[in-house]
Every structure is written in structure tokens, then in C-alpha cells.
Design a protein around this ligand. Structure first.
Ligand code: CAA
Length: 285
């Protein structure tokens, strides 16, 4: 089969989806971003515009490129419309396995036979998603990092049945958007979430034991050279995302990954981090 990626559909306009749409459009791809409400799409487009103007104000992109980049992104609330002409579909919907499986089944019906499906899942094994389709050899993981417009690495995951040709196309896409591909094996959490979720869970336990989030973060910044500490990182990524990631790791790999009671409690209280205005720190929403 011959692949030629020109049109990209991004499913989900949240923190990850809008960033993926942005960096793809910056690289010259024609992008259609889909979400289930107009409100979510507007919010996603607003975030893209703010990020592009930040990059332009720092001279990282030319000011006169901004409108052209935005012009390459269209939006829709209709999944089938988004997917029908796509050469590459990047799925960045919430980390709910049943939801993702339903979406992959629908994509399989409507997409071109040569369309490639890339999931931005941070922990769910790609092989499960591929098994929901009749084209598991064309399903891979394309895992972006938050905040997408500035993070230089993208994790690529080869499902058990993903073909080498499809992985080559995924690497080409990652290089075209100016990122570097990090290749990971398909077990829950891959490389990045497997390691980060464990450290973040330990940071929750340290807080439970009486450590201040500020001191944990300061220690990891000054003593381990992290750009931000694990508590600030959980606030950035979302505590619900970390808890969910640990749940998948626990299911697939065993009880060592059980979420700390404090993490569960904060998620139940709606202290999800930056997106709710409160996590380990407080933020102006
Ligand atoms: N769009 C455009 N530019 C942005 C931006 C955005 N969305 N967010 C930040 N920037 C720019 C800032 O304007 C700034 O630019 P200059 O250097 O030119 O001034 C630069 O990025 C650095 O930002 P800040 O000065 O505000 O803050 P910082 O120095 O702490 O850097 C950071 C921010 C790059 C996010 C850094 O803190 C960092 O690398 N943090 C770790 C992030 C990380 O680990 N991400 C992975 C999380 S795991 C994940 O995402 C996977 C998952 O599935 C859960």
C-alpha cells in the first residue's frame, strides 16, 4: 500500500488535540480538527491563536505566517466529515477505552483504505485500539507531550500488528513537524508515562508524608535538573490523567502502580491542576 500524508484529521480539540492541530498546520499540513461541541472547537482555536502569537512575538515563527497557519485548520463537530478525506487521523479524545474503541470502529468504516490511525493515548496499549479495526497494521501510537507547541519529542509506539511501513510514515510525519521520534514498545504506559507516572505517584506519597509540594519541586529542579518539579508537572498534565494512567498500568502490569490515596482524593475533590484552577498549587483560571 502507498501512503502519502497531506490531510490530517485531529479528533479532540483539548490541550493535546489543539496543540497537535497547531504543529501539523505549522508544518504545512491541511488539518481538520473535530470535537463534539462548537464550544470546545472555539476554545481549541483560541488556544492555537494565543500560542501562535506567542511564538510570533518571540520571533520563533514569522508574524505573517500566523494567518496562513490558522487558515490551514478547519473545524467540525462531525467525526465522519473530519475523517473521510484524511490520510492520517490523530485521535486525542479522552482516555476512555470504550469511547476510543467506538471511534476506531467508526473511523474504519468511513476512512480511505490507506488512511493511517495514530493514537495520542498516553498509556492504553495500541494493540487494543488496532484490534477494534480491520486495519491493525495501520494503527500506531503518536504520543505528543504537553505543551505540544514547545516539546521536541514525540513517542511513537508500534502495536503488535503495526507494519514497518506505517511506522516509517509516522517517523516521516514527526520529522516534518520538526520533532524527534522516540520509539517505544507497546506495553501500558510505553516509556514516558510509565516512568513519569511512577515518579508523580511517589511525589503524591511524599506530600502525604508531610513534604511540601514547593520543596519537592525545588529539590527536583535544583538537585536533578528537571525543568519543573513533579507536582507542578501533575498540575500541568492534569491529576485525573495521571490517576487514569496509573490505573491502566496497574491493570496491565500489576499492583506496584496503584495510585496514591492523596492522588485519588484530589481527583475526587476536582483538584485536577491548572485546568480547574487548583491542584498542588492554585492558578487564576
Ligand atoms: N505555545 C507557545 N509557546 C509556549 C507555550 C505554548 N503553549 N508554552 C510555553 N511556551 C514558551 C514560553 O513562551 C517560553 O518561551 P521563551 O523561552 O522564548 O521565553 C518557553 O516556552 C518556556 O516557557 P516558560 O518560560 O513559561 O516556562 P518554563 O521555562 O518552565 O518552560 C516548559 C515551560 C517547556 C513547559 C517546561 O516547564 C517543561 O519542559 N516542563 C516539563 C514538561 C513535560 O515534562 N512535559 C511532558 C509531560 S507528560 C505528557 O505530556 C505526556 C502525557 O501523556 C501525560
Amino acid at each position: 500500500m502507498t501512503f502519502d500524508i497531506r490531510n490530517i484529521a485531529v479528533l479532540g480539540a483539548g490541550a493535546m488535540g489543539n496543540g497537535i492541530a497547531q504543529v501539523s498546520a505549522q508544518a504545512g499540513y491541511q488539518v481538520i480538527m473535530q470535537d463534539i461541541t462548537e464550544e470546545a472547537l472555539e476554545k481549541g482555536m483560541d488556544t492555537i491563536k494565543k500560542s501562535l502569537s506567542k511564538l510570533a512575538s518571540k520571533g520563533k515563527i514569522a508574524a505573517d505566517e500566523v494567518d496562513a497557519i490558522i487558515g490551514r485548520i478547519t473545524t467540525t463537530v462531525n467525526l465522519e466529515e473530519a475523517a473521510k478525506d484524511a490520510d492520517l487521523v490523530i485521535e486525542a479524545v479522552p482516555e476512555v477505552l470504550e469511547l476510543k474503541i467506538d471511534i476506531y470502529k467508526r473511523l474504519d468504516e468511513v476512512c480511505k483504505p490507506e488512511a493511517i490511525f495514530g493514537s495520542n493515548t498516553s498509556t492504553l496499549p495500541i494493540t487494543i485500539l488496532g484490534a477494534a479495526t480491520k486495519r491493525p497494521e495501520q494503527v500506531c501510537g503518536i504520543h505528543f507531550m504537553n505543551p505540544v507547541p514547545v516539546m521536541p519529542g514525540v513517542e511513537l509506539i508500534k502495536g503488535r500488528l503495526t507494519s514497518d511501513e506505517v511506522m516509517d510514515e509516522a517517523v516521516k510525519y514527526v520529522e516534518k513537524i520538526g520533532r524527534e521520534a522516540c520509539l517505544a514498545v507497546d506495553y501500558a504506559g510505553f516509556i514516558v508515562s510509565r516512568l513519569l507516572d511512577v515518579v508523580q505517584n511517589e511525589a503524591c506519597k511524599l506530600v502525604m508524608e508531610g513534604n511540601e509540594p514547593e520543596e519537592i519541586d525545588k529539590a527536583m529542579k535544583l538537585c536533578a535538573n528537571w525543568p519543573i518539579g513533579p507536582c507542578a508537572l501533575m498540575d500541568l498534565v492534569g491529576l485525573d490523567i495521571v490517576e487514569h494512567g496509573l490505573g491502566t498500568l496497574e491493570n496491565d502490569l500489576g499492583p506496584a502502580y496503584k495510585a496514591a490515596p492523596l492522588l485519588r482524593q484530589m481527583v475526587r475533590a476536582g483538584e485536577l491542576g491548572r485546568k480547574t484552577g487548583r491542584g498542588f498549587y492554585t492558578y487564576n483560571k
